[in-house]
Design a protein around this ligand. Structure first.
Ligand code: FES
Length: 177
């Protein structure tokens, strides 16, 4: 009999941007259920904010370790935990920018290490799509980025957060209509 391919494992869904993001968690707030706009609203008046969508399996662990070690991170960085970067859609990223973020990034498992096999490759494609979209409407594409890292690579998490902060601080505030 012909072999039947095993179904691809699929990570749990993340809510659409207009709904609450059920897996979102903001450690510094101790909140367990927040929306992107609530995360941004927590930023001080006039302060830039950068939303980091972190995969629970790797980047979030690296971020947690940075927090436990009290490693200083730029105050602009606001983290949202997701089950896998493959569940972050272009709409989540665009909604974050539309809701007041000046930059967004997605941080997932190393290539070949995604717990859902290809989630991080989908995320790479989506971030690239968002960058093209931003550019096409005259917005700096470097406002969106994707990084990969292992759960143990706290220095890389810290370096990418600081790098994103440096990039966004060189750009003007994103105009709001
Ligand atoms: Fe980490 Fe998919 S589980 S990117």
């Amino acid at each position: 009999a012909p072999a039947v391919a095993a179904p691809e494992p699929s990570p749990p869904a993340v809510a659409a941007p207009e709904a609450r993001v059920p897996q979102a968690r903001v450690p510094e707030l101790g909140a367990s259920d927040v929306t992107v706009s609530e995360v941004i609203a927590d930023s001080a008046d006039g302060e830039r904010s950068i939303i980091a969508f972190l995969c629970r399996e790797c980047a979030y662990s690296a971020a947690d370790a940075a927090g436990n070690a009290r490693t200083p991170l730029p105050p602009t960085i606001r983290t949202i935990m997701v089950p896998c970067t493959g569940r972050v859609s272009p709409l989540h990223l665009l909604a974050a920018l539309a809701d007041g973020a000046d930059g967004i990034y997605v941080a997932g498992c190393l290539e070949g290490q995604c717990h859902y096999r290809v989630g991080n490759f989908h995320a790479l494609d989506r971030v690239a799509f968002v960058r093209r979209l931003l550019e096409s409407v005259g917005v700096e594409p470097e406002r969106a980025a994707m990084f990969t890292m292992s759960a143990a690579d706290t220095p890389r998490f810290v370096a990418t957060a600081r790098g994103m902060d440096a990039t966004i601080s060189r750009l003007p505030r994103l105009p709001r209509s």
